[in-house]
Design a protein around this ligand. Sequence first.
Ligand code: ADP
Ligand code: MG
Length: 556
Amino acid sequence: MSSFKDYAIASEILKAIDEMGFTEPSEIQAQALPVLLDYTGDFIGQAQTGTGKTAAFGIPLLQKLDKTSKDVQAIILAPTRELAIQISEELKRLSKFKHLKILPIYGGQDIGVQIRAIKQGVQIVVGTPGRVVDHLHRQTLNLSKIQNFILDEADEMLDMGFLEEIEEILSNVGPQRSIWLFSATLSREIRTIADRFMSEPEEIRIQRKTATTEKTEELYYTVRRHNKFEALCRLIDHTRDMYGIIFCQTKSDTAEIAEKLVQKGFKAEALHGDMSQAQREHVMRKFKSKGLRLLVATDVAARGIDVNDLTHVINYSLPQESESYIHRIGRTGRAGKTGIAITLVSPEEQYKLRRLEGTTRKKIIKSNIPTLEEIMESTIDRTIGEFEDALSNPKGFDRYFSRVDPILKKYSAEQIAQGFVTLLCREILEKYEDDKELNVPDNFGQSSSRHPGKRDQMIELSINVGQRDNLQTGTLIGRICNIAGIEGRKIGRVFIQDDRTTFKIDPEVADVVIRKLNGVKICGKPVTVQHNDPRFKNLRTMMHKKRSDRKPSYKH
Ligand code: ADP
Ligand code: MG
């Protein structure tokens, strides 16, 4: 086990780290610190969300800056105001004994206030790209003395369309600066920025088998679209002390779901971009202090949220991009804690799950929405626990105890307990009206067991794009589905080699896949499809034959 003391970190910063309760450096910290402490070159650091990238650059940055100079010596760009605030908070805590002046600047806050704060002298600016550009245009922020330029969560900034702003800011900074870029993923666009603005960056990538954290259990539930809300309520009712974020696609969805949850008796609130900054901060504070346990949010609104002990992340609807999924579920299972990520999918959306699994390289496990019976059982168990807890701590409620005397005289202990259970169960029945089955059987993933032999009949195709072009399984499956208009379950094993990729495909769609895929660009490269399967020439005859000798039990 390593310790922060093993690195050349100044004692004033070590003391702050200690007060923050960090005992051991995370992997990215352990690898980045020796490089970045006392380093003036460029740097790229990649590690998944929640692994402590802020301190990985924060510690060396704070150590290096001169507290006697009033110039802005470092700028950190972050995708959202929440993140900018969060990073500046973490840096302030780290510099508790070094007293550097750190200022977050972001849209939505009065620019006059920011201008005055800058004038008073700040050494580190943490800003969102849009607002920083605004200051540059007004000439209220001088970046000529910048020594360190940090792009944090670079992938999210690019996702949010900040490329132009980033380029503009970078070209305003003198050549003496070093650029450090941190990101959960390294895309082609990030490489382009690196190539244009950085010189021979040191690179540290924390490789992992899966793109998501091991500490997060990923589950999915297949339910019809119109049953999703009831499924959500059941899951919340069944879980003890859920503390989580429910992700929706649109702002209006978040408002609607939050309102319906409140009607059902859950304490939930929405967080979305149409709310004022003050409203958002109010909701965030309540959520962080756990006064509010369910937050219903869009991806953009939830970007900045740093809450470490979320028990659940719920995908009420699937995100458009696999990257969003990774970011969403990165909000749980953080800082060594375990978490559960739940995805509700409708049968039509299931192919998207496979695409996700392709990207994250981790299986999402099928699970079942609890029946009312199961919810009653868990509620009774939970209440017994709370009951015992209450008895051990009656907190001055004893003056009400005599009100139950009539019951005590009339009924036995057993009857009283039975009445108590009945009330609990009734409450659940009233909430749900009827115990309908919400789970829908899957139509993918098990095809090999349900249709024995089908997978073996798959045809192998290969294309001239591979690892070298940064091709990923998820991207390939997604592109094939889109281009050929087929479902993900028609695609079998994908094997990415250095310069080519082979994949299996259902013979029924092999023809259309070959036709549509030939010539299109994947990862910027025109695709040539090859098929080595001798059966392919006689595909139609083969399919015809197979159909006629299918067993009667074979249903499609
Ligand atoms: P990332 O930027 O990689 O998503 P953050 O820098 O936001 O991750 O860190 C996630 C959380 O982990 C923060 O609350 C941070 O304070 C905490 N953290 C960072 N480093 C450590 C450490 N070495 N030990 C314990 N907690 C840490
Ligand atoms: Mg971060």
